[in-house]
Design a protein around this ligand. Sequence first.
Ligand code: FES
Length: 155
Amino acid sequence: MSETPIDLTLLDPILEEFKEQKGAVIPVLQRAQDVYGYLPKEVLGAISEKTGVPLSRLYGVVTFYSQFNLERQGRHIVRVCDGTACHVRGAPKIVADIGDALNLEPGSSDSDYKYTLEIVYCLGSCGLAPVVVVDDVVYGQTKSDTLVEKLLQLE
Ligand code: FES
């Protein structure tokens, strides 16, 4: 599958907006991620070149804050909690069942970038274990078959 070239001109309005605000690295990165869905190396390189902020500093920021992604994400982010309470109540089976049904490994996306599967550790809702968050929707006492059915219905 060939990758579509990244249109770096989409950065121009963002850089224009923040050009007077030296050191506005985080808002620039946030806006760039909104536009591209993640922060590919070409985008980071262009931001570095046009703002004069060293690439190493940009990578430092991007890897420090979990809100930033260096890898392309699926349109739907599936976060399965595997903290202690959720683990004991069946999270590993949920991960395995989602993996089998959607052909996904934890920490990866499918080839169409429809789903990204992430494992997280305690979402603070242990009473609802096992907990899965799909995009912004929280599912408690999750059963694999119902969850997989819901995931397959997503556009
Ligand atoms: S362990 Fe899953 S919500 Fe706390």
